[in-house]
Each structure stands twice: as C-alpha cells, then as structure tokens.
Design a protein around this ligand. Structure first.
Ligand SMILES: CCCSCc1cc(N)cc2c(=O)[nH]c(N)nc12
Length: 366
C-alpha cells in the first residue's frame, strides 16, 4: 500500500534538512520547489515537461479554480489530476490570500470572506469549511488552511487580529478536513514581523498536531532580512518531524538562505512569470532576452545544461521570439527557468547530503 502521508528526514547540515514526503500519488524530495499551476496549468508548459525538469509536485489555486471552471465541474470530470493530466501530488492554496489580492468588494468576517469575482463580478463567499470542501472537490493532496495574510508594514494590533483569526480558522479547517488517509492539511503560521506573534501562532498550530506547517505572511514586500529573521524565530517552534513550507518564496538567494534556516518546501511565480516576460535564469545570472545586445549572439543560454531550451537555442533566436511576442519565446524561457530552479534544488539536496556525510565520516574517524 502506498504511504498514506509520511515525512522522513534523511540528512541534516546545521538547520538545513534533506527529506522525503511520501504520499499515494508520489514522493516529494525536499528541499523542494513547487511550480505554480494556478488555473490547473503551469503556464506555457506541457505537464510532461514540468515532470521532465524534475518537479515532484505542483500548486493549484482554490480561488482561480472555484471561479473558473468551478470546483464541482472539476470534481465531475474526475478531479484536478485527471483534468490537468498531472498524476503526481498537488498542493492547493486555500484561496484567502488570492481573494485579498485579486477580488473586488471583499468583506472579511469571523465566518469567512465574501467577495466578487475579478472575472465577472459574481458574488461568492469563502469560509474555512467551503475552502476545504473545494480543495476536496479538486482532489488536492495537500490542502492549506484558510488564513488571513497581513500585508506588511502593518500595525501590531492588526497583525495580532489576523493571526488569531487564522488560528480559529485553522481549527475549523482541521475539523472540516477530518481524517483523510493519503492526504494532508497544513496549518499556516502568521504573525507578520512580530517575533512574539510568530511564536504564539507556531506554538498554537503545533498543538493542533497537523501533518505539515506553512510559514505565511512573508514575501509580502518586507526586506529579506525581516523574512529571514522571522524564519529564525518561527522554525525552531515547529515540529522537526513535519514538513515546513515557506509560501511565495522566492529568488534563488531567498531559497538558499531559507533552506539554511530549516525550510523544506517553496513555491514562487518568479521562474514562470519571468519566462513570459523574456527573462532567463542561468548559472551566470539573469539574462533579459528583450535586450538588443542579444540580437546577433549565437550562443545558447547554457551549453552545459540538460534542458534543450537552455542548450539548443541561440540567444539571438530567443531574442527574436521575445521581441516578436511569439508564444514559443515564453515556452522556451519558462522551460529554461523551471529547469534552472529544479537544478538549484537538486544541488541543494546533494550539498546537504554531502555535508552530512562528511560530518558523519569525521565522527567515525575521530
Ligand atoms: C499558489 C500560491 C501559493 S502561495 C500564496 C501565498 C503567498 C504568500 N507570500 C503568503 C501567503 C499566505 O500568507 N497565505 C496563503 N494562503 N498564501 C500565501
């Protein structure tokens, strides 16, 4: 029988962790980067390419999918995996973050949030129970609690109010989720840039004995130093034997520094969004293919890459595609960028294993 849901730590290097999440639909090698597949598609990518660059899990969005094509319709069609032809694990965000950042005329109360669709203005309401129901209709493997993410900077009493509401919503989500073998519901730590509120949130969620924990309320405009300080405070309060997911992060540098502080899972729109805007991530830094200096450059982005998009196409051709707004430009650069991010994660995992091996070897030979 495939694992219901387990997380094993296989190596550590200081606070950095190498691990493995096992679920019926597959395993997730951590530290992991999860490509964002908002509307049931990783934009400009075929799903076999997403798998081919090394992704073990993708993200979906409750907010977008409930509005279009509708959660009940996706359920009637067999769930998100069959719908999008991605048979491996899917994590879905709960929708609250997107309601607050995308919808119109939204009203937040203890019961939940009411809002109008940014697509057609139709009225909706999202309670903790409805969010879990929608994620169940999508057949999501890892479901996020409904939370309220406070944009920074914010007043301490506002951060406290949102953090405490999110804790009450976590309890309601846990009750609504019940016991679903093979699936998991993650709590989300809030608390803004307040150490005391972060500790209270993490400790209260830990007491709920959830299967995993996200650190939310970051990557919302604060300096990297504040984000890292909040990780230094939050991670030690979370159970060591459960996965930790830093939401919405980040750049390669953000990821490296967050792994070093104990984070296991990441998601960010940067690699896919940058690809659609003509930006390529390479081992030698970012390359803006819109720039005229590439017009006659016959070199590929990275002749040593395993990714055809990085190895087999000249910068001149990529520049031409981007300037001509050809769809293939977004496709090739997204492919390159996701390949870059997955290679970064693969190198991080190997480095933790190597360091752990050296530390163990040193112990043995002492
Ligand atoms: C598909 C997008 C997933 S991550 C979105 C996100 C991003 C960031 N930065 C913070 C939060 C947060 O605090 N709560 C929730 N639910 N989501 C967040």
């Amino acid at each position: 029988m495939a694992e219901n849901f387990s997380f094993k730590l296989t190596a550590t290097d200081g606070r950095a962790r190498r691990g493995l999440v096992s679920m019926p639909r597959g395993e997730i090698r951590t530290p992991a980067f999860m490509p964002v597949g908002t509307g049931g598609t990783v934009k400009a990518m075929y799903m076999d390419q997403v798998r081919g660059v090394g992704a073990d899990i993708i993200l979906g969005n409750t907010y977008h999918l409930m509005l279009r094509p509708g959660a009940e319709r996706v359920a009637r069609l067999g769930g998100l995996h069959d719908f999008a032809r991605w048979p491996y694990p899917i994590l879905t965000d709960s929708g609250g973050f997107q309601v607050m950042s995308l919808s119109k005329l939204r009203k937040l109360t203890e019961q939940g949030v009411t809002f109008r669709s940014h697509i057609d203005g139709a009225p909706y309401e999202m309670s903790p129970e409805r969010s879990i129901e929608i994620q169940g209709l999508l057949d999501s493997d890892i479901q996020m609690q409904l939370d309220e993410c406070t944009a920074l900077p914010a007043k301490p009493n506002e951060i406290e109010r949102a953090m405490e509401l999110s804790l009450r919503w976590a309890e309601r989500c846990k009750t609504a989720f019940g016991d679903q073998p093979g699936k998991a519901m993650f709590g989300i730590v809030q608390g803004g840039d307040s150490a005391a509120l972060r500790v209270r949130s993490a400790q209260a969620l830990k007491a709920m004995d959830l299967k995993g924990y996200a650190v939310g309320g970051l990557a919302v405009g604060e300096p990297q130093s504040v984000m890292l300080e909040m990780l230094d405070i939050t991670c030690p309060e979370l159970p060591a034997d459960k996965p930790r997911y830093l939401m919405g992060v980040g750049t390669p540098d953000d990821i490296l520094k967050s792994v070093a502080r104990g984070i296991d899972m990441f998601d960010c729109v940067m690699p896919t969004r940058a690809g659609r805007h003509g930006l390529a991530y390479t081992r030698r830094g970012k390359v803006n293919l819109r720039n005229a200096r590439h017009a006659d450059d016959p070199r590929p982005l990275d002749e040593e890459s395993d990714c055809p998009a990085a190895r087999d196409y000249s910068r001149a051709y990529l520049h031409h595609l981007v300037r001509s707004q050809e769809g293939l430009g977004a496709m090739l650069l997204t492919w390159n960028n996701l390949s870059y991010y997955q290679k970064l994660m693969q190198d991080i995992r190997a480095a933790i294993e190597a360091q752990a091996f050296e530390a163990r070897a040193a112990e043995i030979t002492e």
